[in-house]
Design a protein around this ligand. Structure first.
Ligand code: FEO
Ligand code: CA
Ligand code: CA
Ligand code: CA
Length: 571
């Protein structure tokens, strides 16, 4: 029976077994190679990475950033341009374990800021191997210091004004860029997630406002210590600076001199990705997750319409933001966030989006990560990665989080994927039907709800779905960022991994397992679909990996390329 299933399956590869190896494992007949790693120079004037120091601020500004995450490929004038997020950094490797991973000089902070942001690099394939094209005119580093235009309702608002930018129109930099999006008009969207962890206060008695507290801003940062060398990150000195982060940023990857645009109309929260689709009526719909326990799932609908070759500069500047409410009867609705529904101004909705969503009664979710819209069908999926507090604690802003709708499990350690089908096959419709495509779990250990849904078995099980994307054939690629202990409830699940699902049959197969202590995230395909690019992020985040260079080398987050040995398409 297994052989027969194998023949009929659209997932025509032999499933990779869960493992805890310190390498990448792909199915028989497939190969992988490293394309770009943290510290790779983008220009020939830049030095190679000095692994004994982790380089300098100056070398990092000319090199591929750290902890690569979401990505997209662009074809332009016959060239292939890869735009990839550099979400964050690990001081134990960035600072080469100096002072126990604690920055001590202003150059450490300069290097840290430059390790964040976005790397835009031309890539090319020579004798079958993909590599960075050094000195390409498209190569660009966008970092925590790159100037960006603030667009949309928050532009110029008093909450956006600082001494350095009294008009509130130009923010400096982007960081904690997690998932991404790609528009049909050829731009890259990078998504600011845990922006809060970079701010701190030199006055420990400083009273953080409830609005900033809702976003996790605190007198203590999460260890980055940027305030040590830059007053922008000291809440006492620059109290409005955190309001200028937590947005979607639009970048033209074909023009390295262009100023990135912060799109405040798409709301401020801990953005995961930005899944862009054009509805049948021409409006641009962007689905957006807020990755925090008990926060929400959002949808933006543009005021203008997309036309091939038209002017797209305002499409993401004007529109309406909606938040999802899921009912128990498998119906759901998108609730508009407007001055009428929230008693807030448009600018306040853009800046304090979480508070606006709480006012309309949105459904608290189990950490919405990536959303993926099916290119061949009007439906979308979102990874709800896990929520250890579900049913036990309120979220940071005080909304209760009882198990409800697509978040059915108390103390949800495994995560699930919710699917919705907009009414009338229209992504701008305000009503939808929903179901759970899968509940992750461990059927080897549990026989209750923690075993997962019927399409999860001992061979394909995993936890904490995060990255999510459809390929052109309509197969759904699922990437994990979860518990890799391989013990207790997670026994038999191995390292973080990537699986493929046939959403019509519900079949799921494991396609790849990453090295130790990494997460697998981000994806893109070459124009000929013969190469799939993904991110291997934070290998050895607890010090137990030497991937990809081996020996005693420091681990390095990297983009890898996967291809089939027979040269046929993948995805
Ligand atoms: Fe950066 Fe929610 O993952
Ligand atoms: Ca990540
Ligand atoms: Ca993620
Ligand atoms: Ca995650």
């Amino acid at each position: 029976a297994v052989a027969a299933d194998h023949k009929q399956s659209r997932l025509a590869f032999e499933m990779v077994k869960a493992n805890t190896l310190d390498t990448v494992t792909v199915p028989k007949g497939y190969s992988w190679q490293v394309v770009a790693s943290w510290g790779d120079p983008l220009w020939s004037k830049a030095p190679s990475l000095d692994t004994s120091t982790g380089g300098t601020g100056e070398s990092q500004e000319m090199a591929f950033g750290d902890h690569n995450d979401g990505m997209a490929l662009f074809r332009h004038n016959g060239k292939t341009i890869l735009a990839v997020n550099n979400e964050y950094t690990n001081y134990n490797t960035l600072l080469a374990n100096r002072e126990g991973g604690i920055p001590t000089t202003s150059d450490d902070i300069r290097k840290s800021k430059a390790a964040h942001g976005v790397s835009v690099v031309e890539v090319s394939q020579t004798e079958g191997k993909w590599h960075i094209v050094k000195d390409s005119k498209y190569n660009r580093r966008i970092t925590a210091e790159t100037e960006m235009s603030i667009t949309g309702p928050a532009r110029g608002h008093k909450l956006m004004q600082t001494a350095a930018d009294p008009k509130g129109e130009v923010a400096k930099g982007t960081w904690n860029n997690c998932g991404n999006g790609q528009t049909p008009w050829g731009t890259y969207l990078t998504c600011e997630e845990n922006f809060n962890g970079y701010f701190s206060s030199s006055d420990k008695d400083y009273k953080v406002s409830p609005e900033l507290s809702r976003y996790g801003v605190n007198v203590k940062d999460s260890g980055y210590r940027w305030a040590m060398a830059d007053d922008r990150f000291d809440l006492v000195k620059t109290p409005n600076e955190p309001n200028r982060f937590g947005y979607i940023v639009e970048i033209d990857p074909t023009d390295p001199n262009s100023m990135p645009k912060k799109r405040t109309a798409l709301g401020r929260f801990k953005h995961e990705n930005a899944e862009v689709t054009v509805a049948a009526n021409g409006h641009v719909v962007v689905y957006l997750g807020d990755d925090e326990r008990g926060e929400f799932l959002y949808r933006f609908v543009s005021e203008g319409k997309y036309t091939v070759g038209g002017d797209h500069s305002e499409l993401l500047a004007k529109g309406t933001l909606f938040v999802a409410k899921f009912h128990e009867n498998h119906k759901g609705e998108w609730l508009p966030l407007t001055p009428e529904t929230t008693s807030m101004t448009e600018a306040e909705i853009a800046i304090h989006t979480r508070l606006a969503a709480s006012k309309v009664g949105a459904t608290t979710m189990d950490r919405p990560e990536w959303v993926a819209a099916n290119p061949n069908k009007v439906e979308a999926y979102c990874c709800l990665t896990n929520n250890k507090n579900r049913g036990l604690k309120t979220n940071a802003g005080g909304d209760a989080t009882p198990p409800t709708g697509p978040n059915p499990r108390v103390k949800n350690n495994f995560g699930q994927i919710v699917r919705w089908k907009p009414t009338n096959e229209d992504h701008t419709s305000n009503a939808f039907d929903w179901d759970l495509f899968l509940l992750a779990g461990n059927p080897a250990v549990y026989d209750d709800a923690n075993a997962g849904s019927s399409n999860i078995n001992q061979d394909n099980m995993f936890n904490s779905p995060d990255g999510l994307k459809f390929d052109s054939k309509g197969l759904l690629w699922i990437q994990t960022d979860g518990n890799y202990s391989n013990k207790e409830g997670f026994a038999g699940q191995g390292n973080n991994q990537m699986l493929v699902a046939d959403t019509e049959t519900g079949e799921i197969r494991r396609f790849l397992v990453g090295p130790k202590e990494c997460e697998i995230t981000g994806s893109a395909w070459s124009a000929d679909k013969k190469t799939m690019f993904i991110s291997v992020q934070h290998p050895g985040e607890k010090g137990n990996s030497n991937w990809p260079d081996g020996g005693n080398s420091a681990p390095r987050s990297s983009v890898i390329a996967i291809s089939r040995d027979d040269g046929s398409v993948i995805g």
